[in-house]
Design a binder for this molecule. Structure first.
Ligand SMILES: [Zn+2]
Length: 375
């Protein structure tokens, strides 16, 4: 709470005792009003890009300003190789800009931790750093996560965004290909459940350009994985969609009891499934927003699902190293037509409430685990 005061009343925050704050506040603006003034908390934010370059963390706090209350904080655990043989003097900064491979870049976690540690306690309160620099196809991957918690206690709230199936990316990663059935991934999710780390998992629900009337190829494997880890809090990034991983319209098998289902109905079915009540969905990335606002009918159906299951969706931007606030807010306003159809309670839950509930609980659990396990 205090950082709001610091920002809105420069120079006050640090000298006054909490009690005095509150009476000053009640005179002018209540804390709830200040908190409620924020548009959203960003459940999916990359401070650095595919070549580990990004926004200075203080510039990011300035970009958050009085619009974004809290934010996850992670890099991208994959480095795009600049192969001179491949692209000469052209330095690629994105995975679509070169055929050269991607490789796991674990130092991203130390970079994020040190940036976070350079902030004041008030500033740190607004951020939830996440561990990403591990290889999910390596049985030793989980040891990296434990090592980061032991090296930087008091910093991280969760793991991810990390990726299993991702269009244009997975096939470029050097080494073993990650899979939803890999026991290395089960070790990672077991540990996340034990420690209380929130998990943000990117895995496409389907292959690119899939036939729209067939069951998404990775859906059943994903459900099996999620059911194997009921004690972990898992956020499925982008509800499994991507740039060319489209929402499907599955036709029921003739004569079967099932009925046609579209992407929203598949997700709603997962939400209603008692074996998946530990699973949440982030709606981040403008490539996802484009589907939801593709027609008034889709907007209406999306809003109906959000109103009905408002405790299971989290807004996020999926922005990478933005340079200004307008850029950071652009994807949020793509959702305006949908948010305009939500009840105030559903809108607040998806924009902020679910973030607060999941990430506050994780902070407490991870700190407790560190207290008990980090010498
Ligand atoms: Zn992302």
């Amino acid at each position: 709470m205090s950082q709001h005061l610091n920002r809105s009343r420069a120079g006050y925050g640090r000298v006054l005792l909490p009690g005095v704050f509150l009476c000053v506040l009640s005179a002018e603006v209540s804390t709830a009003q200040l908190d409620d003034a924020y548009l959203f908390h960003d459940s999916h934010f990359h401070l650095t890009n595919y070549v580990q370059k990004g926004t200075d963390i203080r510039d990011y706090l300035a970009i958050m300003g009085d619009k974004i209350g809290r934010s996850t904080l992670f890099g991208i655990p994959l480095q795009q190789t600049w192969s001179h043989e491949n692209s000469g003097d052209f330095a690629p900064t994105y995975y679509l800009q070169s055929d050269a491979p991607l490789y796991y870049y674990s130092f991203t976690d130390a970079y994020i931790a040190m940036a976070y540690r350079s902030l004041t306690p008030e500033q740190q309160q607004r951020l939830d750093p996440m561990i990403t620099g591990f290889n999910p196809a390596d049985m030793y991957g989980v040891d990296h996560i434990r090592r980061v918690l032991e090296t930087f206690p008091g910093v991280f709230t969760g793991i991810g965004e990390f990726t299993i199936h991702k269009e244009f990316v997975s096939s470029k990663v050097a080494g073993e290909i990650a899979s939803l059935a890999d026991p290395a991934l089960d070790r990672i999710l077991d540990f996340a459940a034990e420690v209380g780390l929130v998990v943000i998992l990117h895995s496409d629900i389907d292959m690119p350009f899939a036939k729209v009337n067939e069951e998404p190829v990775f859906l059943s494997q994903m459900k099996l994985l999620l059911r194997r880890h009921p004690k972990a809090t898992i956020i499925w990034a982008h509800t499994g969609l991507g740039r060319v991983v489209h929402p499907v319209q599955v036709q029921a098998v003739a004569g079967s009891a099932e009925r046609d289902a579209n992407h929203l109905e598949i997700i709603s079915g997962m939400i209603e499934d008692p074996t998946l009540r530990h699973v949440y969905f982030d709606i981040s990335w403008d490539e996802v927003a484009k589907y939801a606002v593709s027609s008034p009918e889709v907007e209406r159906r999306t809003a109906a699902a959000f109103n009905k299951y408002s405790d299971r969706f989290l807004f996020g931007t999926d922005n990478v190293a933005p340079q200004d606030q307008a850029t950071q807010l652009r994807v949020f306003h793509m959702w305006d037509p949908v948010f305009a159809r939500l009840t105030p309670a559903a809108s607040r839950a998806i924009r902020k409430g679910n973030y607060e509930r999941l990430f506050d609980a994780a902070r407490q659990r991870v700190r407790a685990w560190e207290k008990a396990n980090v010498k």
